[in-house]
Each structure stands twice: as C-alpha cells, then as structure tokens.
Design a protein around this ligand. Structure first.
Ligand SMILES: Nc1ncnc2c1ncn2[C@@H]1O[C@H](COP(=O)(O)OP(=O)(O)O)[C@@H](O)[C@H]1O
Ligand SMILES: [Mg+2]
Length: 239
C-alpha cells in the first residue's frame, strides 16, 4: 500500500503518514469550515514536491477563485504555468446540457474531461470541490445518490488519482455528507466544524473514518493560517 502525504500540517502523523494512493477521501463540513482551503492545501503540497494536481472548481468563478487564493497568500499562477496545477471549471452550459440525461452519460462526460486534464499535466492528485452542485436540477435523491456513487467509483477505476472530494453539509445538521452515500464510498472521512468551546468558536477536525490506517476516530483543533493553510493542533485532542 503506497501512502500519499496530505501535507496538511499536523495531520499526516495522526493518520499513519498520510492517505492511501489511488483512493478517494471525503472532506465534509458546513459552509465556511475550511474545506476549500484544505483541498487546495493538499494540491499545493503535491505541487511543491513536483506532483501535479487537478482541481475541479464547481461553485465559484475561475477569476474570483484565483484572486481569493492570492488574498490568502497563495499565488497559483506560477504553478499553473509550470503545469503543476490545473483549475478546471465546468462550461457554463454544462448543467443545461446534461439535464435529463442518464446518470451514466453525465458521469462519463465529467470523468472523461477530468481524465484528459489529469493525463495532460500528469497529475497524481485530484480535488472535486464540492461534489454536490454538479447535479443541480429537479432530480430525486435516489438519482443524486446514483450519480455520486457512479462518479466516485469511476474516478477510482478510470482516473486513478488520489482524490479529495468535498461535501457541503447543511448548516445545523449532524449529517456526515450531503447525499448520505459519500461517507460509505470514501476510503476516509474528515469532518471540519466550528464548535463553541467555552464561549469561543474553535475550528475542529474530526478524523471520522480512515480505512486501513492506524488512526483513531478523534477530534482536534485547527487553525487557518494565511499563506500556509490548515494547521492541525495535534496536541489539542478534544475527543
Ligand atoms: N485571507 C484570509 N485570511 C484569513 N482567513 C481566511 C482568509 N480567507 C479565508 N479565510 C478563512 O477561511 C474560511 C473559509 O474557508 P473555506 O475553505 O472557503 O470554507 P468552505 O470551503 O468550507 O466553505 C473563512 O470563513 C475564513 O475564516
Ligand atoms: Mg468551499
């Protein structure tokens, strides 16, 4: 089993050095909990070691994403130019085009496009952030689950990157994922939250599931540090 460092400060040592190569991991949490920064941090660590990364940007415009990262202290442009990072956006008419198409057709189209980009820059890391709005429309929850399942299975089969998928959990719920299937399909699940501890809000990361890794389910505090990313306080185990 080959292990891939996430590069998230403080995290790898809590999960036996990293995550399993070629598998898919879920980063879940309410809005504003740090999922996007986590996912980008993962790709930037890869890039710093010469491993290419592809980021499927789903719910933001390309320019605003690049500007936001810049404001955070991350200059993505040089990495993009060096072919170490690729930010992929869905074409504006994608959702319209795939509406009412069978799930397999939608998934094939996404997977083919991602695979092409992964091959182009020889990427070994992939992020889909978030998985949910790829399937807006009036589809039933059954169809959405089928879609999520098929997408995750086909990424592992056909693209073979080590992949992080984020899932936005509705605020105020205790769900682990948006559609209730991601957590079963993923090899590992990390849940990011904001918790009120003694009257002040702290960011926490819950190592909820890490299949085949020496990691206990536990909760730690973390910080979001501009220019650096996620810093897990591995000495601050809360539960
Ligand atoms: N430039 C910045 N400086 C400091 N903190 C920032 C900066 N940009 C974002 N953050 C923090 O990161 C949070 C958003 O993280 P993000 O990864 O976008 O969350 P999510 O993807 O879960 O919605 C913000 O609410 C803010 O607290
Ligand atoms: Mg986000």
């Amino acid at each position: 089993m080959e292990i891939v460092e996430t590069g998230i400060e403080g995290l790898d040592k809590l999960i036996g050095g990293g995550i399993i190569k070629g598998r898919t991991y879920l980063v879940a949490g309410e809005t504003g909990t740090g999922k996007t920064i986590f996912a980008l941090n993962y790709l930037l660590h890869g890039a710093s070691k010469g491993e290419g990364g592809v980021y499927l940007l789903v719910d933001e415009e390309y320019e605003s994403f690049i500007e936001g990262a810049q404001a955070f202290g991350w200059d993505l442009q040089p990495l993009i130019e060096q072919g170490l990072l690729s930010i992929v956006t869905l074409l504006p008419d994608f959702v319209e085009k795939v509406r009412n198409k069978p799930v397999e057709t939608i998934v094939d189209s996404i997977v083919d496009n991602l695979r092409e980009e992964v091959y182009r820059i020889n990427a070994s890391r992939l992020v889909i952030d978030p998985i949910a709005p790829l399937v807006v429309g009036e589809e039933s929850i059954v169809k959405m689950r089928e879609y999520v399942r098929s997408l995750l299975v086909n990424i592992e089969r056909k693209i073979r990157t080590t992949t992080l998928v984020t899932s936005e959990v509705p605020t105020g719920t205790v769900q682990l994922s948006r559609f209730g299937v991601e957590e079963f399909l993923a090899t590992g699940v990390l849940v990011l939250s904001l918790r009120n501890i003694g009257g002040r809000y702290s960011r926490t990361i819950w190592i909820r599931k890490m299949r085949w890794r020496p990691a206990d389910p536990s909760v730690y505090e973390f910080d979001i540090v501009p220019g650096k990313g996620i810093v897990v306080k591995s000495d601050k185990r809360l539960a």
